[in-house]
Design a protein around this ligand. Structure first.
Ligand code: XLS
Ligand code: NI
Ligand code: NI
Length: 436
């Protein structure tokens, strides 16, 4: 039985194709910068938006038409959804997917029953993985939807909420291992606060760090070798999210001795909510060897909240790919479309249009970025811009030989600085446009 009878397999037809259900730029076998595109991009579909998104918003209920879904929170409905999801992954031609425990499997009346439900679903996920070859990029736990987490999970003032969250993450790591997941993500959910009048920030951060250490200890105990990832997001849902941006996360991880075990999962819309570009956030993580994976989407600068739209902007994907190529790829991370179709795009076919657009945008970005790097247009310029540090006084500064005394002596003798050169931003923007 087919849940998407109108779609066969989405194939690469090249830039001239006018078939909306074909790739114009994503040819999985094409080699770009020494890697097949499918291995460079490692695309993943997220379960929550794609199979659990209803299109509901604060002003009205869901609009999505999903003929296979009976709308119930039953295990049978959840099992059916798994088959739907894998038909979608396969027809689209992605190698990976991601989920939260609660997207794939309904919560029961007790933790025991909840875990039991999850086991049934995981068995079905595993069967589908085996029959299709599609893999799990990462698993995670939903520590934010249930009202028990109203004050947070690991940072809740209620120790029982911490304990429940620990039990939930323990199970989520076990099923991620069972499914061969290559990473495990921590997104802070409700880890943050609204007002300091009622908040012990120091204690909350200490608790969050203990939680992550416990997760790591347990992962080691059971032989989970995947990469842990920490996903920054500012000011949603709480006013002050602890994992605001990459800098705040890296500082937290360093303070609590967690940098050896955790890297970053960076999401575009979260970067812009924090007042950064995705380019900045990815590069900031990369230079510290902390870039693990990305949640590819985009926000709307006119709206200013987490709209989680599919990325179609070629400048954005080119910038992402410049950083990814500088790092030599993202593996074991990947490009996960943490994105949802608009409320008005309610038909199942829209899920295909959305993902095809995102995948093509990244494939184009990859080719453009590879060419820019091959021609060295940015690297040569940047290298030259800093060349005053390659010899003389600059080399002394970089090698640690200089001091305030030697620098003063140097400058007193020289009198004033060698004249500055132009930064040539507009010229470089034009150069980029020659490639896009
Ligand atoms: C929410 C986050 C979430 C994480 C996984 O804004 O993006 O979906 O990616 O918990
Ligand atoms: Ni995300
Ligand atoms: Ni988001």
């Amino acid at each position: 039985m087919s849940f998407f009878p109108d779609v066969l397999e989405v194939k690469y037809e090249g830039p001239e194709s006018r078939n909306p259900l074909a790739f114009k730029h994503y040819n999985p076998e094409e080699v770009v910068a020494g890697k097949k595109l499918k291995d460079l991009l490692r695309f993943s579909v997220c379960y929550w938006h794609t199979f659990r998104g209803t299109g509901g918003d604060p002003f009205g209920p869901g609009t999505m038409v999903r003929p296979w879904d009976d709308g119930s929170e039953s295990v049978d409905n959840a099992l059916k959804r798994v088959d739907v999801a894998f038909e979608f992954f396969q027809k689209l031609g992605v190698d990976y997917y991601c989920f939260h425990d609660r997207d794939v499997s309904p919560e029961g009346s007790s933790l025991r029953e909840t875990n039991h439900n999850l086991d049934k679903i995981v068995a079905r996920l595993k069967e589908n993985q085996e029959s299709t070859g599609i893999k799990l990029l990462w698993g995670t736990a939903n520590l934010f939807s249930n009202p028990r987490y109203m004050h947070g999970a690991a940072t809740s003032c209620n120790a029982d909420a911490f304990a429940f969250a620990a039990a939930q993450v323990k199970k989520a790591i076990e099923v991620t291992l069972e499914l061969g997941g290559e990473n495990y993500v921590f997104w802070g959910g409700r880890e943050g606060y609204q007002n300091l009048y009622n908040t012990d920030m120091k204690r909350e951060l200490d608790h969050l760090a203990s939680f992550m250490h416990m997760a790591n200890d347990y992962a080691k105990n059971i032989g989970f070798k995947g990469q842990f990832l920490f996903e920054p997001k500012p000011k949603e849902p709480t006013k002050h999210q602890y994992d605001f941006d990459v800098a705040a996360c890296v500082n937290f991880l360093r303070q609590y001795g967690l940098t050896d075990m955790v890297k970053m999962n960076i999401e575009t819309n979260h970067a812009t909510l924090a007042g950064h570009s995705m380019y900045h956030e990815m590069e900031y993580a990369r230079i510290q060897d902390m870039l693990g994976s990305i949640d590819a989407n985009t926000g709307d600068l006119l709206l200013g909240w987490d709209t989680d739209q599919f990325p179609t902007d070629i400048y954005l994907t080119t910038q992402c790919m410049l950083v990814i190529l500088d790092q030599g790829g993202l593996a074991p991370g990947g490009i996960n479309f943490d994105a949802k179709v608009r409320r008005e795009s309610f038909e199942p076919i829209d899920l295909f249009h959305a993902h095809i657009g995102g995948m093509d945008a990244f494939a184009r970005g990859a080719k453009i970025a590879a060419k820019i790097r091959e021609d060295g247009v940015l690297t040569d310029f940047v290298k030259d811009r800093y060349s005053s540090y390659d010899s003389g006084i600059g080399a002394e500064i970089e090698s640690g030989k200089a001091s305030f005394e030697t620098l003063e002596k140097y400058m007193l003798e020289k009198g004033d600085i060698t004249p500055n050169k132009s930064g040539r931003q507009e010229y470089l923007e034009n150069v980029i446009n020659m490639y896009v």
